[in-house]
Every structure is written in C-alpha cells, then in structure tokens.
Design a protein around this ligand. Structure first.
Ligand code: MEV
Length: 345
C-alpha cells in the first residue's frame, strides 16, 4: 500500500508559515529504477559494472512554486509517497536538504525559494533498485523545471551524486547515472556508455525482491572494513570481478546468453565470499538455477534486497519467476534484453 511521508525545512531560516502566498508554476521530473547485472561493490574500487534501467519502476516529482512573498527564508517542503516509505529516515532528510543547497549553488535562484516537492516513488526502498537516486533525480529535474533552469546531463548527475553520497557514504555514481539511462550501461570511474548487445542475444532478466531490506550504506561500509583488514582480498575481488564484467560485455556483444549467465552466477559467488549475500538470497539463487535460469546473483548493495536471474526467453522467465515466488520472493519484474527487448516493443 502506498504511504506518504513529508518533511519540511527552511533554507537558512525559521519554518514560519507563508501567509499570502499564491500557488504558481508547477514543474515535473521523472526517473526510474535500476538493477546492477555485474560489478557492484567492485565498482566502488574502480572496476567496471553493468546496469539496466528498470523502466516499469518510476519515480516522479512535481514541484509547486508559491509566489507572493519575496522576503524571508527559503521555504521548501518534500513529501514522498510510494511503497515502503513508512518512515522518512534521517539520511533522506539530509540528502534532500543537501540537494537543495547544491541545486542553489549550481543553478542560482535569486528569488526566494518557496516550493513544495511531491515525490511519488514506485521503487521499493532498501532493495538495491536505486530508489534514493531515482527520487533525487526526479526532484532535481522538477526543481530545474519549476525555476526554469537548464541543467545539462553532467550537472544533473553531479547533483544526484551529491545527494547519494549523503545517503550511501561512498557511492560510485552508478545509481545516479543508471536511474536516468534509457538503455543498459557499462559504467566505470564516473562515466557510462551504452552497453552494446547483439541483435541475436536472446535473454530475459527476472528481478526478484527477497522481501528483506538491506542498507547499501551498511554493505559498502562492511566491505570497506573487510578490505581495510585484508588489502589482498580487495585486490583479488576487484581483479576477478573486473575480468568477469569485461568478459560479460563481450558475451552480450557476441550474443552468448549461456556464457553471460555463467558470469552472473560466478559474480554471485564472489559477492557471497565478501559477505554481502544472505542465506535467503543464496537459496533464491539456487531456486532460480534449478528452474532453468542461465545464471543468477544478488544485485545491488546486498545484505538482503534483490537478486537478478537470466532466462533464455519469456517462457523460461515465467518459470523462473514462479519458482522464485514459491521459494519466498515477494515480487518479481521482468526486463527483456537484446532480441527479446526489440520484440517487446
Ligand atoms: C549500489 O547500487 C552499488 C554499490 O556498488 C554502491 C555504489 O556503487 O555506489 C554497492
């Protein structure tokens, strides 16, 4: 069920009411969820990673401007509606506050900012599907729209990334980019390019929600501590994941879904070994493989969240999704890639 939470803050000042204000322009912004196929965590240490946009999970924002009073402190309110927003946790509040500060620095708004931002987020939180980045991106675009400020792609990325760093601590930037991407991407060191997929590559991704939330911030911190204690483990992990991801790029370009699937499963093993999977997710990965998936792995920050499995076609994807639900997944989404994606349009 969708719930709504709100938070209000004034920028440099008190939160006194705004008598005499009149509703003015409305701006809109939109972003979507993402799923990481290979390379999460290693990407924080410079490895490449692959991600797909999950267009069916939208985050939209509308920004309503109030006019009629030009003096006093800025007054900005945020409300977030959507599944799993039973609480607006402090990082959300901090990140949105930070977003406004950064927005003002990048896109100077000389007049007093009096604006209500409503974010409607279909992306479940804490599932590694990019909800925080998508909400921030939708909010940035709505603010730019309502204040008539042109922001190029790099400026939008920088703003979303600034907010992500507040939410996740160390963030590679993959979520900030993938939540605005229109095609699968390969990301490395802050930059992304479109991931070439052979027209003959036949594959359907099944993303499954384990029903258990995981904190990306905690997961990134856990991995950081582990690597601090054991720098050689970091080197091996980053080296092996980089190799898998580069090989997976070639599998997609050359149309080899079986090999690509095997890389997913191998990447899962490496993520499990560094401690970011759970027994439940390991069980779901096994269930997907038993149902005929070509490969499966945990996806995103981990410690719960989602897994991603690759099926050979839509029928196979339906069988994998069914088995995952029987094994405890609470919902699934299907994302076709390659030939299956072009047939879906
Ligand atoms: C989160 O979706 C992916 C991580 O690699 C963190 C990051 O890259 O910012 C776990």
């Amino acid at each position: 069920m969708a719930t709504t939470n709100s938070l209000t803050f004034t920028h440099h000042g008190d939160s006194a009411g705004d008598p005499g204000a009149e509703r003015g322009r409305i701006g809109a912004g939109r972003a979507h969820g993402k799923a990481i196929l290979l390379g999460e965590h290693a990407v924080v240490y410079g490895a490449p990673a692959l991600a797909v946009p999950v267009a069916q999970l939208a985050a939209t924002a509308s920004a309503t401007r109030w006019t009629g009073r030009d003096e006093g402190a800025d007054k900005i309110s945020f409300a977030i509606a959507g599944p799993g927003t039973a609480s607006v946790t402090p990082p959300d509040m901090d990140s949105l506050r930070h977003l406004v500060t950064e927005f003002k620095a990048r896109a100077p708004v000389v007049e007093r900012m009096s604006v209500d931002v409503l974010i409607d987020c279909e992306i479940p939180q804490g599932r590694g599907l990019g909800s925080s980045a998508a909400c921030a991106r939708a909010a940035v675009l709505a603010l730019a729209d309502v204040f008539d400020r042109r922001l190029d792609a790099e400026a939008v990325f920088d703003l979303v990334q600034a907010s992500e760093k507040v939410v996740h601590g160390r963030a590679s930037g993959i979520d900030a980019l993938a939540t605005g991407a229109t095609s699968p991407i390969v990301f490395r060191a802050g930059a992304a390019r479109e991931l070439p997929i052979a027209a003959r590559f036949d594959g359907v991704l099944v993303i499954a929600d384990s029903g258990v939330g995981g904190s990306t911030r905690d997961a990134v911190e856990l991995v950081r501590r582990r690597f601090e204690r054991d720098p050689a483990a970091r080197e091996t992990f980053v080296y092996r994941v980089s190799g898998l991801t580069r090989a997976a790029v070639r599998d997609l370009a050359d149309g080899r879904p079986g090999d690509f699937g095997a890389r997913l499963t191998e990447n899962h093993g490496l993520l499990r070994d560094i401690g970011i999977s759970t027994d439940q997710i390991d069980g779901l990965v096994e269930a997907a493989l038993a149902a005929g998936a070509l490969g499966a792995k945990i996806s995103g920050g981990g410690l719960g969240g989602c897994l991603v499995a690759l099926a050979g076609d839509h029928r196979g994807a339906a069988a994998v999704a069914r088995r995952l639900c029987e094994a405890g997944a609470v919902r699934t989404w299907v994302v076709p890639v390659g030939r299956s994606a072009s047939h879906a349009h």
